[in-house]
Design a binder for this molecule. Structure first.
Ligand code: PRP
Ligand code: URA
Length: 226
């Protein structure tokens, strides 16, 4: 969280990089899930609350158009409505932890899948499987992955979307925590992709895990760390 002082990524804030307001409530939620002794149900519940905030922040970045309605007392309300077709794409596995919150906010949203796993030794991403809506090139994509560490997985996932014709500026990467290396990797290669996150971590360790970090998000969320 102190890493925002890193001049290398400060320049991306507010344009490419959208950091949730660092409120005491958010920090309290993070405190629960960062505790190594957190019970799984607490991890899932409290991370879910943060994911909801992230999804809402991602939806703020979409285009809206004027839409007037008449109120029950006969006045006109000059409102807005979403002016884009949407799609969610979780990076399997950990990204699937974000899917239910997206579905809750956007019922009926088409959901694609990209399965990428980091090799446990080299930490390099390997693409195994892709299934995306046929018309994804006409959609704005909320790409879901809670962890942006070295950036290898995110770059591979973005590459898949671009190959399927998605416009770079139509990709919003909804992410739980990140670190300068991951932000730089994405923003330098794909400057029109926007990242929404709840925390910028201090650094990566020698195993490409973020510090202070959360540990292995997928294992903790899905209970495979026992
Ligand atoms: C984790 C995480 C990201 C990736 C980030 O996935 O969910 O996809 O690591 O790391 P990177 O930025 O260094 O590429 P992992 O491959 O561990 O699989 P999982 O989803 O099954 O936990
Ligand atoms: N994946 C995780 O689950 N955690 C990290 O810190 C980095 C990658």
């Amino acid at each position: 969280m102190t890493a925002l002082t890193a001049p290398s990524i400060g320049k991306y804030l507010g344009t490419n990089l959208h950091l949730l307001p660092q409120t005491d409530q958010l920090r309290a939620l993070h405190t629960v899930i960062r505790d190594r002794n957190a019970r799984r149900e607490d991890f899932v519940f409290h991370s879910g609350r943060i994911i909801r905030l992230l999804i809402e922040a991602g939806l703020n970045l979409l285009p809206y158009e004027p839409h007037d309605v008449r109120t029950p007392v006969g006045s006109e309300y000059h409102g807005l409505r979403l002016a884009a077709k949407l799609c969610g794409v979780p990076v399997v596995r950990a990204g699937e932890s974000m899917e239910s919150e997206l579905r809750a906010v956007c019922p009926g949203i088409p959901i694609g899948k990209i399965l990428i796993q980091r090799d446990t030794t080299t930490k390099l991403p390997k693409l195994y499987y892709t299934k995306l809506p046929r018309d994804i090139d006409e959609r704005h994509v909320l790409l879901l992955d809670p962890m942006l560490a070295t950036g290898g997985t995110a770059l591979a996932a973005i590459e898949v979307l671009l190959e399927r014709g998605v416009a770079e500026q139509n990709i919003i990467f909804v992410n739980f925590i990140t670190v300068a290396e991951g932000v730089s990797a994405v923003c330098e290669r794909y400057p029109r992709v926007r990242i929404v996150t709840s925390s910028i971590e201090e650094r990566l360790n020698e195993n490409a895990y973020m510090l202070p970090g959360i540990g292995d998000f997928g294992d903790r969320y899905f209970g495979t760390d026992a």
